[in-house]
Ligand binder design. Structure first.
Ligand SMILES: NC(=O)c1ccc[n+]([C@@H]2O[C@H](COP(=O)([O-])OP(=O)(O)OC[C@H]3O[C@@H](n4cnc5c(N)ncnc54)[C@H](O)[C@@H]3O)[C@@H](O)[C@H]2O)c1
Ligand SMILES: O=c1ccn([C@@H]2O[C@H](COP(=O)(O)OP(=O)(O)O[C@H]3O[C@H](CO)[C@@H](O)[C@H](O)[C@H]3O)[C@@H](O)[C@H]2O)c(=O)[nH]1
Length: 481
């Protein structure tokens, strides 16, 4: 039986390997991780370590058959013919390139483990998102540490799944990208071997093969383009509010632009966009392209602007003070259908509100109180490092924030409700009931365009919908930073 081992049992390693195991019953797939609690979670019968629609079913169907989760990294790497590396590649917090460059500590340690334990030739697949030319660096580490003439072929196979739709994205990917050394017979054979795995369920015309650095850069470029669309629509959303225009729908009807990724929001979050664009900015600077770097950096600047603009709007609308006022926050995850809070805009919004002395009560169907408190106490960029490397500041924020397990409870006695994640259940809430239990005037700030503003205005709310024409109240209370 062919054996695949994946180092890193996270949001990518777990679902990706589960789908490979499901689609390839003749391949033994083992996902390994240094984190014992993570592996225990994947082996648990009640709650997997990540929430992802459809994932429970896929894992249940193959776990114990040809899908294993283990902390025995050395053994399973040694036995595998193909080793995927899907470890975290966070933004560096210290030293050269801090705040921009990718921290490849975890990647390098995985490469060194492979070199240490391998007793047979291996195909090593770069699944993590990495800077251009990382594969060449890894080739060097492996070549210089190779034992008994063992040969390695490095492939770049970036992952394009989005959280919340990971299983569907893996079942029906727009494309699978495989970069390798097509100039050598061994390189071509390695590409063909990996292609034959995906070809079990992905149509051939969707499997693109290219060279290593094109595959690496394609991933960063794709994320930069996606995030740029959101920052573009968010920049226009500020102008729409100022002028009373509403344009996203008509822009999206142009088939050259298309309707997807044009939803104005309180800002994009998630573990990828900011990190990958900062990484792209750093690479541009390293290649002596400061103008290109500053073009992409602007995507991040607009995202930060959008988050602070939202906080300013809340505070200015409420007579320029939220001190001592209860503000309910509905949604803390960075998007719906995930419990992931990495880089969620809710962190910055909650910190901004507490900075103005609000008392914040949060409800999210998938995020625990412990997670919220950790996120609010953590320094920027520390979230993607192991827990013992996350220095926590004794948090002033935490004391002013509580978590509620019910949206109505969160809104009870509040002056305002802020919607920060587009969970479907927020569309179906009884807003009359909420209104009745709130102080008046009751405000609703919708950072995701979830509610029908006209219906809520009829109930009596003062409503702010991001990027939509402002009602009279809000026009009279301009937000000045
Ligand atoms: N999350 C996404 O939606 C997504 C999508 C596409 C690509 N990516 C990229 O994939 C990579 C992984 O992302 P993720 O969200 O799965 O990260 P994650 O933090 O959820 O998982 C990474 C795992 O790797 C483990 N790990 C780190 N070093 C290790 C080592 N030496 N040996 C064994 N295990 C080790 C960690 O304990 C952790 O469980 C990143 O480069 C990310 O940019 C993420
Ligand atoms: O019109 C939109 C679309 C998205 N978002 C926000 O953008 C962020 C990212 O959303 P999404 O891209 O759907 O989720 P991710 O899981 O971060 O996936 C992105 O990042 C992954 C990691 O690199 C890539 O694999 C995916 O292709 C890429 O979509 C979230 O906060 C969304 O709410 C908006 O504000 N408006």
């Amino acid at each position: 039986m062919v054996k695949i081992c994946c180092i890193g049992a996270g949001y990518v390693g777990g679902p990706t390997m589960a789908v490979i195991a499901l689609k390839c019953p003749d391949i033994e797939v083992v996902v390994v991780d240094i984190s014992a609690p993570r592996i225990d979670g994947w082996n648990s019968s009640d709650r997997l370590p990540i929430y992802e629609p459809g994932l429970d079913d896929v894992v249940r169907r193959c776990r114990g058959r040809n899908l294993l989760f283990s902390t025995d990294v050395e053994r399973h790497v040694a036995e595998a013919g193909i080793v995927f590396v899907s470890v975290n590649t966070p933004t560096k917090t210290r030293g050269l390139g801090a705040g921009k460059a990718a921290d490849l500590t975890y990647w390098e340690s995985a490469a060194r483990i492979i070199a240490d334990v391998s007793r047979s030739d291996k195909i090593v697949v770069e699944k993590s998102t990495v800077p251009v030319k990382t594969a060449e660096a890894i080739e060097k580490i492996l070549a210089h540490n190779s034992k008994d003439g063992i040969r390695y072929q490095i492939l770049s196979n970036p992952e394009f799944l989005a959280e919340g739709t990971a299983v569907d994205d893996l079942f029906k990917p727009d494309r699978v990208l495989i970069g390798g050394r097509s100039e050598t017979p061994e390189g071509r054979a390695a590409v063909a071997a990996l292609k034959s795995v995906y070809a079990r369920w992905v149509p051939e015309d969707r499997i693109i093969t290219t060279n290593l650095w094109s595959a690496e850069l394609s991933k960063l470029a794709a994320n930069a383009f996606l995030a740029q669309r959101i920052s573009s629509v968010n920049a226009i959303s500020a102008l729409c509010e100022a002028t009373g225009a509403d344009v996203a729908n008509s822009i999206g009807k142009d088939s050259r632009i298309g309707p997807r990724f044009l939803s104005a929001s309180v800002g994009f979050g998630g573990s990828c966009f900011q990190k990958d664009i900062l990484n792209l900015v750093y690479i541009c600077e390293c290649y002596g392209l400061p103008e290109v770097a500053s073009y992409w950096r602007q995507v991040i600047r607009i995202n930060d602007y959008q988050k602070s603009r939202f906080v300013n709007r809340v505070v200015s609308s409420m007579f320029n003070t939220v001190a001592g006022k209860k503000v309910a926050v509905l949604g803390f995850a960075f998007k719906k259908d995930t419990g992931d809070t990495r880089e969620t805009p809710a962190i910055d919004v909650c910190k901004g509100l507490v900075g103005d002395k609000a008392v914040v009560s949060i409800y999210d169907p998938q995020v625990t109180e412990e997670q919220v408190q950790r996120d609010l106490a953590m320094n920027k960029f520390d979230w993607d490092h192991p827990r013992h490397l996350q220095p926590m500041s004794p948090s002033v924020v935490a004391r002013h924030v509580s978590v509620s397990w019910d949206a109505y409870e969160a809104a009870k006695g509040a002056h305002a409700v802020c919607i920060l994640t587009e969970w479907d259940e927020f569309r179906r809430l009884d807003y009359q009931r909420m209104y009745d239990a709130m102080h008046k005037p009751a405000f609703l700030f919708d950072g995701r365009n979830v509610v029908d503003p006209d219906r809520l205005r009829e109930i009596g709310f003062v409503v702010y919908s991001i990027g939509k024409p402002l009602d009279g109240w809000l026009k009279d209370m301009p937000a000045v930073a």
